[in-house]
Design a protein around this ligand. Structure first.
Ligand code: ATP
Ligand code: MG
Length: 542
């Protein structure tokens, strides 16, 4: 059981939670929902104890497993170590112990400290940590030969499995997962559903994926107007309940307004006359009848519009015998295609099939995406192509949205400053305008880049592309972290865009509505090039 009492939390003028009290019990599976920036990740940090509430208290079980929203945070660590880090107390003790062992000379104090540390390592099953971790990983389908590798070398689906192993390490009584389906293909999501449905502790999952929430949740805890309301049932049930409550209040309000109008009429008619006591009592009644204020919907729609500074030539991109291998494994083999201006190509296929690899190979050869930008995102090894040629057409100006998009936004500056650097000549009003359009009102533009929520960071990158106005957009899983309204806005903006689009996405609705051509990565380095929409392609497949 996790219980939250009178918790309040605010950042500057923005109140996230005001006197929230709620609870989460074992055996139930909660979805934690709300639009981008509502405070979901912040609330999870309060639950796990990573952040202290400014007011109020949280009572929690001793061991809590957490999967954080940033799936790239452990890229520099070994897979096994990443799992063991799930037990913080143990991991800190192990590190401290290694540090003392590495000293050329040990003091008495060091010796005492070592004794203490050994105690902790023993209590936390440290002597079997590596083998325990390995067993967990095997259970989650991560083969032994990956256990010693760095996290950065794994593809999306595998990474999430390792992070789940981390969360599960040390048998936690509660499991908190922040957007676990980001970066996962449909098969892996299916697997995750099955896995979570068997978990018997307290489970709390943040997700914007309606289908996913519907198939695992027994309850939805929805963040709405500075509080949290828990509904029984899955996501769709919550939406129904919410609209019912709203229309009930609306009906009551309209009755009350009618009554108030009648009373006011009486008051107006007789206030100057002799019936002053009746007027007085009616005035009191009017006061009592105040309509329940319905907060305006917490749903906000960003306005996205991608334009081109200058259109490109007709032949925008040629791929000739493109081949890429890592060591002995071919990921892409002998892929040839030519792309015309205005085509919208969806790159589809399972985790690890090579979509991001191809995107990286294309960008590394592009005139406008600096290599530094590629290096910052993980999994890029700097070697462009093993064989073949990538030729961008005349005047191609490429705009890029990376799968690991956070890495492209340096910390330590404001959102405004970050955006302005991409076009220093732009007027301040233009920058403010763009930020406002993407739901960063005036003060929010002065927010530090490192505190942006997942969805806010994605929106800021879209601002950059709207400022640069490229004529080719290369998007690698842009819908991760976005709420439904933002995904919708992105969908429409991509449909209307006049330039060329290369889009990696597992979001079938988006692909269905945007793509005019499909590159299907079928595994075993086979890519099917289909010139037509997704629906037509599916018809061909059966
Ligand atoms: N330390 C901080 N200082 C100022 N503002 C902050 C800080 N941490 C978070 N915020 C702001 O609080 C709000 C909630 O952030 P949070 O990450 O919890 O949102 P979220 O609901 O998880 O959103 P998303 O769906 O985009 O992941 C955001 O507007 C964020 O910018
Ligand atoms: Mg979040």
């Amino acid at each position: 059981m996790i219980s939250v009492s009178n918790v309040s939390m605010r950042f500057g003028a923005k109140i996230l939670f005001d006197e929230v009290s709620t609870g989460f019990t074992e055996g139930k599976r909660y979805g934690l929902t709300g639009p981008n920036g509502a405070g979901k990740s912040t609330f999870m940090a309060l639950l796990s104890g990573e952040t202290e509430p400014q007011k109020g208290t949280v009572a929690r079980p001793k061991k809590i497993g957490v999967l954080s929203q940033d799936h790239f945070a452990f890229d520099k660590f070994r897979v096994l170590d990443t799992v063991i880090m799930g037990n913080k107390r143990l991991w800190t003790a192990l590190e401290e112990r290694d540090r003392i062992y590495a000293k050329p000379e040990m003091t008495d104090a060091d010796g005492m400290k070592l004794g203490e540390l050994e105690g902790i390592v023993g209590e936390e099953d440290g002597y079997t940590a590596e083998s325990d971790a390995a067993v967990l990983l095997q259970g989650l389908d991560i083969p032994d030969d990956l256990h010693g590798k760095k996290m950065g070398a794994l593809q999306g689906g595998q990474k999430v499995r390792v992070l789940l192993a981390q969360a599960l390490f040390g048998h936690p009584q509660a499991l908190l997962l922040d957007e676990p389906t980001n970066n996962l293909d449909l098969d892996s999501i299916h697997w995750l559903k099955g896995f979570l449905n068997q978990y018997d502790g307290v489970l709390i999952v943040i997700s914007h994926d309606r289908h996913f929430l519907n198939s695992i949740c027994t309850h939805i805890a929805d963040i709405d107007y500075e509080t949290i309301i828990t509904y029984t049932g899955a996501y769709d049930d919550m939406v129904v309940a919410k609209t019912q409550v709203r229309s009930q209040i609306e009906a009551q309000n309209s009755q009350k307004s009618k009554k108030i109008a009648q009373l006011n009429e009486f008051i107006a008619r007789f206030s100057a006359g002799t019936r002053s006591s009746q007027v007085q009592s009616r005035r009191k009644e009017v006061e009592r009848l105040q309509v329940t204020e319905l907060a305006k919907s917490n749903i906000q729609r960003p306005f996205l519009k991608f334009e081109q500074k200058r259109p490109s030539g007709k032949h925008i991109l040629e791929l000739e015998g493109v081949t890429k291998s890592y060591g002995k494994t071919h990921v892409i083999r002998d892929f040839t295609a030519s792309v015309l201006r205005g085509e919208k190509i969806a790159l589809m296929g399972r985790n690890g099939a090579g979509k991001t690899t191809l995107v990286n190979a294309l960008l590394a050869n592009s005139p406008t995406v600096p290599e530094a930008e590629l290096r910052k995102t993980s999994g890029y090894d700097g070697a462009f192509l093993s064989k073949g040629k990538v030729v961008w057409g005349h005047e191609a100006a490429v705009g890029y949205f990376a799968q690991d998009h956070r890495a492209l936004i340096q910390p330590g500056m404001t959102a405004f400053e970050w955006l302005h650097q991409w076009n220093p000549a732009a007027a301040h009003e233009e920058i403010r305008g763009l930020l406002g359009q993407m739901l960063f009102p005036r003060d929010d533009g002065d927010k530090k880049t490192e505190v942006l929520s997942g969805g806010e960071a994605a929106r800021l990158l879209f601002c950059k592309l709207m400022l640069q106005k490229p004529n080719v957009l290369v998007f690698d899983e842009p819908t991760n972290h976005l709420d439904l309204e933002s995904i919708n806005a992105l969908n429409i903006a991509l449909q209307r865009y006049q330039g060329t689009v290369l889009l990696v996405s597992h979001d079938e609705d988006l692909v269905d509505e945007v793509a005019t051509r499909i590159w299907h990565f079928e595994g075993d380095h086979k890519i099917t090039d289909f010139k037509g929409a997704y629906e037509e392609y599916q018809a061909v497949l059966v």
